[in-house]
Design a protein around this ligand. Structure first.
Ligand code: PLP
Length: 447
């Protein structure tokens, strides 16, 4: 019998996260304060985020950051997640490639987001915070944060993009199940929200409006901190638990990946699986290829430019050096809501600039074709975001079929799609479309 599934014993779980910043050949350029134009320090961020997260955000010195015991205890409820050899998918593709996936859909709430929600809430609790707030679009991050807040006895307030709240009603029920207060954004509960509604009474909300409201709540409420589910360095740091486990599990399988693939929104699940393997490329031991799969309709890695830009629509955040389509970019309404973000995290942007990884952009319909094949072969319905990684994997496996090479491909299954069935329904009914974007449109946004 061929072994399909690899799990770690509790005693084998990683006890440190990997901070790639410390070992990058070119360190990321600093985030800049929009008013003073000076590089940001911990004190510029600590009124918004838990202080320990700010320290981690700016740490370019320590390669290994201990996971607090209290977080490790919570990780043990669900980690390790399985590493699976996708024999059935390989067979369906007729490829000599060996395909493995790290199954983060087995995490509580069904995606990798909980891996960072737990430490962020833990650090908030440690410093005496009583409340946490955040924004959410499709709801994966909001759900993970709501659960993590309840684990550490914090009150959570989540601003959810109003249109998503209406289109995907069960997402807010999930957050409320864990005790979070959920408000549709824009709302009348903040100044930013009131201003937006005054200007446009029928505004249906965006991540930009929700971020603005959550930051305002955090900075005007004593004992309240803001949390973010992607893009920032400390979030990718927490997610390296994925790749560190996968490295040990690949050893159990007796293989090492030639290609590592993940879908790309802000970069947290990509960094999570890729960075631990990339350290062996940085040291010259391995030649692994790293591929980040983004939507054709939101192609910041493949068609964006590298420059300083804001992280949000309103321009409240620091200026970040990143690959971006412009902070005013309005991505098409694809079903992979978690990938509809205009910019890439600072670390990944530098790695891309240095040629240590590459991006690939994939049309929506191809991602659903890939998702369906994966569901039918491996028995897991993938999140529309994760289907981008599957589609990129299938492209690589197809190349192997043509050349006869038996490469080892590892991809991250960032989440399951059981709360995305309206998207599958549309695909199955033949109602789904692709959204191409012209060079002119991209150029106009970057002006
Ligand atoms: C949020 C999300 C993503 C995208 O975010 P990253 O920070 O780029 O990982 C991908 N997949 C799932 C399932 C998500 O919930």
């Amino acid at each position: 019998m061929k072994q399909k599934r690899f799990l770690l014993e509790e005693s084998e779980l990683p006890r440190e996260w990997y901070n790639i910043q410390a070992e990058m050949p070119t360190k990321p350029m600093p985030a800049i304060h929009p008013a003073t134009r000076q590089p940001l320090g911990v004190d510029d961020l600590a009124h918004i985020f838990p202080r320990e997260c700010c320290v981690q955000e700016l740490d370019a010195e320590h390669a290994w950051i201990p996971i607090p015991d209290e977080v490790l205890e919570k990780y043990k409820y669900y980690r390790s997640t399985p590493l699976v050899r996708a024999y059935a998918l390989e067979e369906a593709l007729g490829t000599p490639a060996h395909i493995y996936y790290k199954n983060e859909s087995a995490c509580p709430l069904g995606s990798h987001k909980i891996n960072s929600a737990l430490p962020q809430c833990y650090y908030a609790k440690q410093e005496g915070t009583t409340n946490v707030t955040t924004e959410t679009g499709a709801g994966q991050w909001g759900a993970a944060l709501s659960y993590a807040a309840s684990v550490y006895g914090l009150e959570a307030a989540v601003y959810q993009v109003k249109i998503s709240m209406q289109q995907k009603p069960y997402r807010s029920s999930i957050m409320r199940t864990f005790g979070a207060a959920v408000t549709g954004s824009p709302s009348m509960s903040t100044r930013a929200g009131k201003d937006i509604i005054t200007r446009d009474p029928r505004h249906s909300g965006s991540l930009g409006t929700a971020i603005s409201e959550a930051i305002e709540l955090a900075t005007t409420t004593p004992g309240c901190k803001y949390t973010l589910g992607s893009v920032l360095n400390h979030v990718a740091l927490h997610q390296t638990i994925i790749g560190l486990e996968a490295e040990r599990q690949m050893q159990m399988a007796g293989e090492y990946p030639d290609v590592v693939i993940a879908c790309f929104g802000g970069g947290s699940n990509f960094g999570g699986i890729a960075f631990p393997f990339m350290r062996h490329k940085l040291s010259g031991e391995k030649q692994t290829e790293f591929i980040a799969a983004e939507p054709e309709s939101c192609p910041k890695l493949t068609r964006g430019v590298f420059r300083y830009d804001f992280g949000d629509e309103a321009g409240y955040t620091p200026l970040l050096p990143m690959f971006t389509l412009g902070h005013g970019f309005k991505p098409a309404n694809i079903h992979a809501g978690g990938l509809r973000y205009h910019g890439a995290g600072v670390i990944v942007s530098q790695l891309l600039k240095d040629g240590l990884m590459r991006g690939v952009d994939i049309p929506q319909i191809e991602t659903f074709e890939a998702g369906l094949l994966f569901a039918r072969t491996e028995g897991i319905i993938p999140a529309p975001e994760s289907s981008h990684a599957i589609a990129a994997t299938i492209r690589e496996a197809e190349k192997c079929r043509q050349t006869g090479e038996s490469k080892v491909i590892l991809f991250n299954l960032s989440g399951h799609g059981l709360i995305d069935m309206t998207a599958y329904e549309q695909y199955l009914n033949g109602d789904l479309v692709n959204y191409e974007i012209s060079d002119d449109e991209i150029a106009k946004n970057l002006e």
